[in-house]
Design a protein around this ligand. Structure first.
Ligand code: SAM
Length: 266
């Protein structure tokens, strides 16, 4: 019941997702430029921010920028984490908030690196990020190109020591390449505890012909390969991947029925 799920999202977002003019502008400016409404919802964006915080991520890699909505969510979380590290002495004492008295060395600023194949969308995302007070490219950079061309380049830069490894990877581009992006994500990660999050895996399973039937007759098609169709999918490959522990969570909300895969590097 999508209508019910949308109503619940509206109610909970009103109370839990703080108004952010930069994010609101990103939606409206994207619509004004005829960008499809396929960005994450406010609740999903908040969820990504919270995941960034609890994973203590510093370098986020995003595949699929669109108008920069999710990039801004990541940048907000990274900025808050750096601020808290540098100004918080572990208490909630208001007086200490702006004193760097905790004796810690300053935390290097975090950064979002996002990849977008469409030049017009990349331009628009830079406009939206800048409007949201995210510094481009210091806090968020948007690389132009097909992800499978850009990712090996990032790998070369990491090997050369000119780029840091990532600790949170958000895959949100073309569904046919989810496994390739996942695999690159794990390769470009720091290591144990790094997170690779792949969006829309449930809809990709359904639209990829992995499921057939409706209602009580629904079944999972294990026989696809025999029929000469698409072989193993993301979930099966991740299941055999000894580098990670992973789970798929099904979701419902204003963005309909879907789900994400989240993997943590071992
Ligand atoms: N992460 C964005 C957000 O929530 O605000 C939404 C991303 S949108 C669902 C997917 C984006 O991936 C589109 O803008 C599309 O142009 C881009 N894309 C599609 N194929 C790509 C590829 N091979 N390489 C890089 N980007 C790609």
């Amino acid at each position: 019941n999508v209508h019910l799920a949308t109503t619940i999202d509206t109610h909970t977002e009103l109370h839990l997702v703080r108004p952010d003019p930069g994010l609101t502008h990103t939606y409206s400016n994207s619509t004004a430029h005829n960008i499809p409404e396929i960005a994450v919802s406010p609740s999903q964006g908040k969820f990504l921010s919270l995941l960034t915080t609890i994973s203590s991520a510093r370098n986020v890699l995003e595949i699929g920028t669109l108008g920069g909505y999710s990039s801004i969510c990541f940048a907000r979380a990274l900025k808050a984490a750096a601020h808290n590290h540098n100004h918080d002495n572990g208490t909630n004492d208001q007086e200490n908030e702006h004193k760097n008295t905790n004796g810690r060395s300053p935390r290097p600023k975090g950064k979002v690196t996002s990849i977008e194949i469409d030049p017009a969308r990349r331009e628009l995302s830079i406009q939206n990020l800048t409007h949201a007070n995210v510094k481009v490219p210091e806090e968020a950079e948007v690389l132009l190109g097909a992800a499978l061309d850009v990712l090996p380049r990032l790998g070369t830069e990491i090997e050369a020591g000119t780029r840091e490894r990532f600790d949170f990877v958000f895959v949100d581009a073309d569904w046919e390449r989810q496994w390739e992006y996942f695999d690159w994500g794990v390769k470009l990660c720091k290591g144990r505890g790094s997170v690779v999050y792949v969006d829309n895996v449930v809809r990709a399973l359904i639209e990829g012909g992995f499921v057939e039937g409706e209602g009580r007759g629904v079944g999972f098609r294990e026989d696809r390969e025999k029929e000469g169709e698409r072989g193993e999918g993301l979930v099966e490959k991740v299941g055999r991947d000894g580098r990670v522990e992973a789970v798929v969570m099904q979701t419902v909300g204003a963005k309909d029925y879907d789900g994400f895969l989240m993997a943590v590097v071992k």
